[in-house]
Design a protein around this ligand. Sequence first.
Ligand code: NAD
Length: 333
Amino acid sequence: MPFNTALTRKLGISIPVVQGGMQWVGYSELAAAVSNAGGLGILTALTQPTPEDLRKEIRKCRSMTKKPFGVNLTLLPALVPPDYGAYAQVIIEEGVKIVETAGNNPGPVIAQLKQAGTTILHKCTTIRHAKSAVKLGVDFLSIDGFECAGHVGEHDITNFILLSRARQELGGIPFIASGGFADGQGLAAALSLGAEGINMGTRFMCTIEAPIHLKVKEAIVNAQETDTALVMRRWKNTTRLFANQVTREAIKVEKESTSGEFSEIAPFVSGKRGRQVFLNGDVDFGVWTAGQVIGLIHDIPTCAELLTRIEKEALESMKKTESLWVEGISSKL
Ligand code: NAD
């Protein structure tokens, strides 16, 4: 087992790669495949219409892997606000011991989960929010740079700054790096900056096991890093989306709306509509999230192939760095 980080030790995984929560993607097929390949697979709670459906999905995932897996619970504005406490209760009752939280006012849900002994990875896009989460007792921060897919926050700080700020400011609370990661070189860089591992979302969408239409995966392979766009800043819920036709229409509404009512943009950004993209393969049917990392994704491997490759690339990258020292790093330390 080549990796021994705070993340691999605490979660009981062999490769320090977490599959982040992804609405309409984080089903058991993907989570189990990632866990079986040595990373941490994650079910996305709100992808299940009710807490009882989440219970069934957790049981299904458990039948597909003997390895640890987690559940993502994201607390952001929603067109139909979910009962977060009820989802958290199911997670506890089903004995899931790892949860990725994200979003606004996570205090009550984190308290509920911590009381049950859950390990929490909390995702945030600023150091201020990371520090608040530390006070709430989270075990790991997932530091989410501006490169990321989905909810990028309102401060636009990329990971080169954010990760080093986390290293400087979080008083040794372990963190992982999220946003912009797709390969082992990225993992090695994150470890260098002080992270204990990485979180990947978009890269896992483009795997054989991701339960979404092949045409979406092909669109990711064909895309470049310039093919994403930001929407919903006006409502302080900025989201990075794949730059398709509906995204462009949403941006136009955002710019031109005189009322500033969210209801004007809602039909364009609706998750229900975006979900159809993953089912019918029409990449212009609705909005769907993608990170700038789409420019780094050129194939559709299995999760096992991907994680094996990432492990190999990271080790080669770290060896290469060491070889740049004439006398070898260990003799310098
Ligand atoms: P949805 O159809 O409820 O909403 C569509 C988008 O509009 C979402 O990005 C949502 O945050 C945003 N939104 C809704 N009402 C808003 C308001 N009043 N002001 C500002 N923004 C608003 O979204 P969905 O796809 O059904 O997702 C349900 C929930 O899951 C949302 O809170 C969403 O943000 C969240 N989510 C989670 C993940 C994840 O990885 N776990 C990924 C994407 C979205």
